[in-house]
Design a protein around this ligand. Structure first.
Ligand code: 2NL
Length: 344
């Protein structure tokens, strides 16, 4: 039995030595030290031995088992270390590699223009207000002196949702709502930027959805000269100190008198060229003194209060400032267009 144990030990140690994977090593462990293995078998047969032999063989069997077990553990640790080394080698990260560039976005040109306009008017004490894009017929038309038979209310020109609801055709209803909220007894000084909708066939200069920024100042003793001063300040800050403005008589149902404002052409400085179509002037916006009926409908007594209002289209302003030749560029979102206006 001693020889058998000795032989088993040598055989097992050779197998451990030969095992080149953790799986093969586990196989060796099971076959020599497992419940059905040869050492267990020897220990089981000890009953047949004499009283003198039993402790000697028992002791030897345990020693052989321990020797094999410790070799197995040692080999296991070595194989595991080798596996880890290989893993570290194949999964090596080169931290000195330069990073991949990240695509950085930026605000849309229209967003930047609207924010720039907002900042200029905030600087002159105006508050910025927004309102719903789906409006009632009352706020969109009635409150702004556009009675039922007015041509601007034609189904052909607006997107109606029901008889009473439509997509707003201008941002003026936000101003009508604000005046009513202020209850006719305190000044209103606001601008309202936002999307507006008109039924139109899209082309280089028309879009069925576009952006508007309107302004309104209602107080005691507001005059046309106040309108001129505020708009002149805006034109010079936005387009450049060298720009001149001029006001021409015009017509809007919600203002009386009404004006349109031009700025001097920056290409020819008033001489006349192709940009200004020979006139020396470029139309920028419309405005006027708030119609007394509009004040009255909004709860302001036109004998005590007066006001000016104006409206502009940021798309047109951006097209003039940056030489954009087609309004559709703002909505098709071609990144080659948009990227040109991202500030660093
Ligand atoms: C334009 C002209 C304009 C207004 C908008 C307005 C609003 C109220 C009362 C009176 Cl609540 N007027 N807004 C007045 C005149 C012109 O817009 O060409 N916009 C693109």
């Amino acid at each position: 039995m001693k020889e058998r144990l000795q032989a088993l030990k040598e055989e097992a140690l050779v197998k451990v030595e030969e095992a080149s994977t953790l799986e093969a090593l586990q196989q060796v462990r099971v076959s020599y030290l497992g419940k059905k293995g040869p050492i267990t078998e020897v220990l089981r047969g000890m009953g047949k031995l004499s009283a003198e032999e039993r402790p000697v063989i028992g002791d030897l069997a345990n020693k052989v088992r321990e020797a094999i077990a410790s070799q197995l553990d040692e080999k296991k640790a070595a194989l595991e270390a080798k596996a880890l080394d290989e893993k570290l080698l194949t999964e090596k990260i080169d931290v000195t590699l330069p990073g991949r560039p990240v695509q950085v976005g930026g605000p849309h040109l229209l967003t930047s223009i609207v924010e720039e306009i907002e900042d200029l008017f905030i600087g002159m004490g105006f508050e910025v207000r927004e309102g719903p894009e789906v409006e009632t017929d009352y706020y969109n038309f009635e409150a702004l002196n556009l009675p039922k038979d007015h041509p601007a209310r034609d189904m052909q020109d607006s997107f109606y949702i029901t008889e009473e609801l439509l997509l707003r055709t201008h941002t003026s209803p936000v101003q009508a709502r604000t005046m009513l909220e202020y209850k006719g007894n305190k000044p209103v000084k606001m601008i309202c930027p936002g999307k507006v909708y008109r039924r139109d066939t899209d082309d280089a200069t028309h879009s069925h959805q576009f952006t508007q920024v309107e302004g309104l100042y209602v107080d005691k003793d507001v005059r046309m000269s106040d309108l001129k001063g505020v708009l002149n300040q805006f034109a010079k800050q936005f387009f450049g100190e060298e720009r001149e403005i001029r006001l021409r008589p015009s017509f809007f149902p919600f203002t009386e008198p009404s004006v349109e404002m031009d700025i001097s052409c920056k290409v020819c400085h008033g001489e006349g060229c192709s940009v200004c179509k020979g006139t020396g002037w470029i139309e920028i916006l419309g405005g006027g003194m708030v119609h007394p009926d509009v004040l009255e409908l909004a709860g302001y007594d036109p004998k005590i209060y007066s006001g000016f209002a104006f409206g502009m289209g940021p798309e047109r302003i951006a097209m003039l400032k940056y030489g954009v030749d087609d309004i559709r560029h703002f909505y098709t979102n071609d990144v080659r267009f948009l990227k040109q206006y991202h500030k660093a």
